[in-house]
Design a protein around this ligand. Structure first.
Ligand SMILES: NC(=O)c1ccc[n+]([C@@H]2O[C@H](COP(=O)([O-])OP(=O)(O)OC[C@H]3O[C@@H](n4cnc5c(N)ncnc54)[C@H](O)[C@@H]3O)[C@@H](O)[C@H]2O)c1
Length: 300
């Protein structure tokens, strides 16, 4: 019997726990050979251990699959190179890369330290770049490959996570850039915005209207890595429980023009012609704040 990803060589960063582990196991169950790349760090990115990646490799092997562990930091160029290199060394190719590694350092913008900003941007955004960059080099030669980024609905803005939201927005732009830069080489790039019960989502201070398990994310990752999605590129999909949703492509919605250059006074006079696009997040936060002050556990 052949699986949906039979014999494909797939790299999963952050493959040692949570959503990454579920994707690694799910893809292995579909016949893929997996590089489980995980530094085995805490939620804030500390205390690395190779045991986390090793444990998932053992789980895959116990189920009759093939996998190798790499305990490298995704945020270094050598890390990205070694992670991609592990697939090429073991199986002579890389068919897909899913970048799931991530950390959190929550803080309000007015209190966030440089280290909190840098740490989150480097693991999420640079951690995608290092792997995408090295994978793209091999995939360009192969004339095939699928890159999958992991973003978050937080890319639209987040109260106490300017670092995380910015990294996740950057990942969307990186995915879009990979899609436009690589399509003529047969290489695709898409992003998943997952929601799932893991240690990372455990401390969200509100009742989330949508929630699911890490195992719910794996089938969509497998689909995006497979030949069945060969015409799909440059897309962002929310995946939660039994729901899959596609995000729109950002476009200008209204414009106004003047002869020559605007003055601030002219803009003020005619501003309603472009106006504003509603930022639903602020309204949502207001109702959460009101619910919280009245003692209820707010819904979001
Ligand atoms: N859980 C959710 O609801 C949710 C929502 C939106 C986005 N996400 C995203 O999904 C991804 C996975 O999150 P999760 O909830 O499974 O978290 P998790 O903490 O369970 O897993 C993250 C994994 O990344 C690894 N990692 C961290 N830094 C690393 C580094 N520098 N190099 C290599 N590995 C490293 C950790 O060791 C860990 O195994 C993250 O990118 C997260 O932002 C999760």
């Amino acid at each position: 019997m052949s699986g949906f990803l039979q014999d494909k060589a797939i790299v999963v960063t952050g493959g040692g726990s949570g959503i990454g582990r579920a994707i690694a196991l799910g893809c292995a169950a579909e016949g893929a050979r997996i590089v489980v790349a995980d530094l085995g760090v805490s939620l804030s990115g500390e205390d690395p251990t190779s045991e986390v990646a090793d444990a998932v490799v053992k789980e895959i092997e116990a189920l009759g699959g093939e996998a190798v562990a790499v305990a490298e930091d995704v945020a270094t160029m050598t890390g990205g190179q070694r992670i991609v290199g592990a697939a090429v060394e073991a199986w002579g190719r890389i068919d897909g890369a899913v970048c799931v590694a991530g950390i959190l350092r929550e803080r309000m913008l007015f209190k966030m330290s440089e280290d909190e900003w840098d740490a989150v941007i480097r693991v999420h955004l640079k951690g995608h770049f290092t792997v995408f960059r090295h994978a793209a080099e091999v995939m360009r030669e192969q004339k095939s490959g699928s890159l999958v980024g992991i973003t978050s609905g937080a890319f639209t803005g987040s109260v106490a996570q300017a670092n995380y939201a910015s990294a996740k927005g950057g990942i969307v732009s990186l995915v879009r850039s990979a899609a436009v830069g690589m399509y003529r080489y047969g290489v695709r790039a898409n992003a998943i915005a997952p929601i799932a019960r893991t240690r990372m989502s455990a401390n969200v201070p509100m009742e989330l209207a949508e929630m699911g398990d890490p195992e719910d994310i794996a089938p969509m990752a497998a689909y995006l890595l497979s030949d069945a999605s060969k015409d799909v590129t440059g897309q962002v999909y929310t995946v939660v429980g039994g729901k899959i949703a596609v995000w729109n492509q950002p476009v200008e919605v209204r414009s106004m023009k003047t002869e020559g250059r605007w003055t601030p006074e002219q803009i003020a006079e005619r501003f309603a012609e472009v106006g504003v696009e509603k930022m639903g997040l602020i309204d949502q936060l207001e109702s959460i704040r009101q619910a919280a002050t009245s003692g209820e556990k707010p819904n979001a």
